[in-house]
Write a protein that binds this ligand. Structure first.
Ligand code: DCT
Ligand code: MG
Length: 419
């Protein structure tokens, strides 16, 4: 009897369960809807983020802290602030209270504290003190020199060098890139406009067409994402026939040099196929394409001298060589030009899709895309290829023009890029 009673009660309970769940869960859903005002996916690459930023004050503050962390060799903290800023950039309206952010991903305690401070007091004391700190100012000025990274800047600061004048007076040995960077500091610290990027695009297109007819160039980086200004201009070059792009870069560079368009250039070879590790990304996030880091001399047509606003160092630049104009050979017209950082990358057509995706950016989007591919899809993505880690034989997921390649699997190398 007891047994039958138990069965009876059990079935009554089971019958009641869906009704109970309906009530309780509906209730909870309503509560959650009230609390969670925004819904944002975890990985930045899953979000639709437009250039319209409704929370610029907050994202500027978080980006400044990210920059400070990156310049202080604290990459983990830097990424945390970048992720928090990216979440706020994806929101469809301005945030007015931290309560609205409940349940959103990537917002750690530190970022939330900064946001709360700004929302309640209009500014964050931590952001203000970072912005005003002498060390941060010095790091920004020194790393603003093309060819100078955070480590070099830190070393110089420890030697008492905090600005360009002190660097010049110090007699420090500078490499070729840093010399060019210092010489053109004034120009290179000015944002490049889309119009200037297009003008450079025409020159690069002419160079490429003259040395290899049929080769194509694509504007990549921030300008491909629709940004109106950038710190440099990036181009990806390829040819529709596999292999025809080999040896292209030196020819393009020679053409540009012969026409006087280059103030500085350094080309790195394509080391992708030479790698002992097989075709995977190296430990750093850099890819292995043939790449040319350059400073372009872009003629400015019929425009009065561009007046560059004061930079962070005050008037130190005035003592630097004047680079913005020269008298023509005839000694008549004054030709104006500006220096612009330009990156050229050459990819074989078989890797073009990956190169285009990897070079479109932003840096955080790319990082998140690689992380998502690795963690959620068990795949390894680089600017060269996409691998399926689950296959015993590594499958090179490819564009239709190229068939699957068999390569030795290097899980370690692949996973090292999931940073
Ligand atoms: N890139 C990357 N990881 C890096 C550096 C670069 O994935 N560590 C990719 C993403 C962007 C692209 O290369 C070009 O780099 P940048 O020119 O530095 O970035 P950008 O988005 O073009 O920024 P800006 O507009 O300031 O040039
Ligand atoms: Mg760029």
């Amino acid at each position: 009897e007891e047994y039958l009673l138990f069965i009876y009660r059990f079935w009554v309970f089971m019958g009641f369960l869906p009704v109970y769940r309906l009530f309780v869960f509906q209730d909870r859903q309503i509560n959650e809807a009230e609390v969670a005002e925004f819904s944002v996916p975890t990985y930045a690459c899953q979000r639709r983020t437009t250039l319209e930023n409704h929370n610029a004050v907050l994202t500027d503050a978080l980006s400044l802290l990210a920059e400070h962390a990156e310049l202080s060799d604290e990459d983990g903290r830097g990424v945390a602030f970048r992720r928090a800023a990216a979440v706020l950039k994806a929101l469809p309206k301005p945030v007015t209270s931290v309560k609205q952010l409940r349940g959103l991903p990537c917002l750690g305690d530190h970022s939330l504290r900064i946001i709360k401070d700004i929302l309640e007091n209009r500014e964050s004391s931590e952001v203000q003190s970072t912005k005003q700190s002498e060390r941060f100012k010095a790091l920004k000025v020194l790393t603003g020199i093309f060819g100078v990274g955070a480590k070099t800047a830190d070393r110089w600061i420890r030697d008492g060098i905090n600005n360009l004048q002190q660097l010049q007076d110090s007699g420090q040995t500078l490499n070729r890139a840093q010399q060019a960077g210092l010489q053109h500091y004034d120009h290179l610290s000015q944002p490049v406009t889309k119009q200037e990027a297009d003008a450079i695009g025409e020159i690069v297109e002419e160079a490429v067409a003259s040395v290899l007819p049929g080769a194509r160039i694509t504007l990549i980086g921030g300008f491909r994402r629709g940004k109106l200004t950038g710190h440099d201009v990036d181009f990806l070059i390829t040819h529709p026939e596999e292999g025809r792009e080999v040896g292209l870069m030196p020819k393009v560079v020679s053409w540009l040099e012969s026409k006087g368009f280059l103030l500085y250039q350094k080309t790195t070879r394509n080391s992708y196929l030479e790698s002992k590790d097989g075709p995977a990304r190296p430990a750093s996030n850099m890819d292995r394409f043939e790449r040319c880091f350059s400073i372009f001399k872009l003629p400015e047509e019929e425009k009065p001298a561009a007046k560059h606003p004061e930079t962070l160092t005050g008037n130190v630049e005035q003592s630097l060589p004047l680079t913005s104009s020269h008298v023509s050979a005839e000694g008549e017209a004054l030709k104006r030009w500006r220096a612009v950082r330009v990156d050229l990358v050459v990819s074989p057509i078989s890797q073009f899709a990956f190169a285009l995706l990897g070079w479109t950016g932003s840096k955080l989007f790319e990082r998140e895309l690689r992380r998502w591919a690795g963690h959620e899809k068990a795949m390894s993505l680089s600017s060269h290829a996409l691998y399926d880690n689950k296959q015993v034989e590594t499958h090179f997921v490819q564009t239709p023009s190229v068939k699957k390649k068999r390569v030795s699997k290097k899980t370690k190398t692949c996973s090292s890029m999931m940073t």
